[in-house]
Ligand binder design. Structure first.
Ligand code: PEP
Ligand code: MN
Length: 337
C-alpha cells in the first residue's frame, strides 16, 4: 500500500502516522522528495482501513498495490484448489463438474426421476432447493426439511452427491448429510452465514451476488476461508445489468479473470443467468470455452408444471443433448489449449 501525503506535512504528524501504522505490525518506508512525501507500507495491510487512512488530515491519497484478500489469492497459493467430496468426486483443477437437477425439490417421484436421468446423462452432482429464496412471499417457498429428506433419498438411490441452498445459519443443523452447501446470490454478503459455514469443513458453493464486483465476491469467499473452511467453489450466475430481455447477464469475463485472481474452482450457472431454456445451451458452451471448471444446470421432468423456475429448466432429453456436447467441447478445448 502506498500513502501520498499532502504538501509540506509537519514532521510530528508524519511521525504520528508512522507510529500508528507500525503499531499494526506494518513496516513503513518513508520517501521524502522536494514536493512530495510518500509512505510505502510493507507487510500484511489487509486489516488496514483504507477509507480511514484517506480521511486523515495529512493524507492526500492511498493506493492498494496488493489485493485485500489473502486466503483466496492465487499469489499466495499458485496451485489450483481441488475439492474432493466424500464419494471421491473432484471439483476444480483438471476436473469438469456437471451439477444438474431441479430448482426445487417437489416430490419423491420428481427428484428421484430427475436424479436418475441426469446421472445417466453424465452429471456428477445433483442439485435441488429445499429452502427457496423467492422474490415474492406468495411463491412456493420450498419443502424445507422434507425436501432435504427427499434429496437424501435421491442420493441414496443414485449415489450422486447433493448440493442444496442454506438460507440461514439456523438451518445448518439439517445439512449434515448434504455434500455441498449452496450460499445463494442474495446471501453472498450475509456475513454471519459466511462466518458460520467458514467454521465447517463442508464444501460451499458461493454464488455471485446480483450486483457484486469480483473483489466483493472474493472477499465473501475470504470470509469463509479465513474461518478455516478451505473448500469454496465460486459460481457465476449472472449479474443485474440494464438489459431486460434476459433474467440476468452471464458475465463470461468472470471466469478467466477469477481463474487468474484465485486458485478456487469456478463454475457457471447458465440457467439463472438467462431465465430462458433455449439460452442455456449456448451460454453453457461459452462458459466451458472460457475455462469454467463446471456448470450447474436446472433440469425438471415436467418443466411446464415446475413450482419454481420452469421457464429456464431443461427436460431430461434436452439435458442429455447438452451434457454430451459439453463433454465433447471440454475435450476440444483441452486439446487446442
Ligand atoms: C438457485 O440456484 O436455485 C438459486 C436461487 O440461485 P441464485 O441464488 O443464483 O438466484
Ligand atoms: Mn432456480
Amino acid at each position: 500500500m502506498i500513502i501520498k501525503l499532502k504538501r509540506n506535512p509537519k514532521e510530528e504528524e508524519v511521525e504520528n502516522l508512522r507510529r500508528w501504522i507500525e503499531g499494526r505490525g506494518i513496516e513503513v518506508m518513508t520517501s521524502v522528495g522536494a514536493n512530495i512525501t510518500i509512505l510505502g507500507l510493507v507487510g500484511d495491510t489487509t486489516k488496514l482501513d483504507i477509507d480511514l487512512l484517506k480521511t486523515m488530515s495529512i493524507v492526500e491519497d492511498v493506493k492498494r498495490i496488493q489485493e485485500p484478500y489473502k486466503a483466496v489469492n492465487r499469489r499466495f497459493h499458485p496451485e489450483d484448489t481441488v475439492i474432493t467430496l466424500e464419494d471421491g468426486t473432484k471439483i476444480g483443477g483438471d476436473n469438469f463438474t456437471m451439477i444438474a437437477g431441479p430448482c426445487s425439490v417437489e416430490s419423491e417421484e420428481q427428484v428421484i426421476e430427475i436424479a436418475r436421468r441426469v446421472k445417466n446423462a453424465g452429471a456428477n452432482i445433483l442439485r435441488g432447493g429445499a429452502f427457496k429464496p423467492r422474490t415474492s412471499p406468495y411463491s412456493f417457498q420450498g419443502m424445507g426439511t422434507d425436501g432435504l429428506e427427499l434429496l437424501l433419498k435421491a442420493k441414496k438411490e443414485t449415489g450422486l452427491p447433493i448440493v442444496s441452498e442454506v438460507m440461514d445459519a439456523s438451518q445448518l443443523q439439517y445439512f449434515k448429510d448434504v455434500d455441498i452447501l449452496q450460499v445463494g446470490a442474495r446471501n453472498m454478503q450475509n456475513f454471519h452465514l459466511l462466518k458460520e459455514v467458514g467454521k465447517l469443513d463442508k464444501p460451499v458453493l458461493l454464488k455471485r451476488g446480483l450486483s457484486a464486483t469480483y473483489e466483493e465476491w472474493l472477499m465473501s469467499a475470504e470470509y469463509i476461508m479465513s474461518g478455516g473452511n478451505k473448500n469454496v467453489i465460486l459460481c457465476e450466475r449472472g449479474i443485474r445489468t440494464f438489459e431486460t430481455k434476459t433474467r440476468n447477464t452471464l458475465d463470461i469475463s468472470a471466469i478467466p479473470v477469477l481463474k487468474s485472481e484465485t486458485h478456487l474452482p469456478i463454475i457457471a450457472d447458465p440457467s439463472h443467468a438467462t431465465g430462458t431454456r433455449r439460452l442455456v445451451e449456448p451460454l453453457a458452451k461459452a462458459a466451458v470455452a472460457a475455462g469454467a471448471h463446471g456448470v450447474m444446470i436446472e433440469v425438471h421432468n415436467n418443466p411446464e408444471g415446475a413450482l419454481c423456475d420452469g421457464p429456464q429448466s431443461l427436460d431430461p432429453e434436452q439435458f442429455d443433448g447438452i451434457a454430451e456436447k459439453l463433454k465433447k467441447l471440454r475435450k476440444t478445448i483441452e486439446e487446442i489449449g
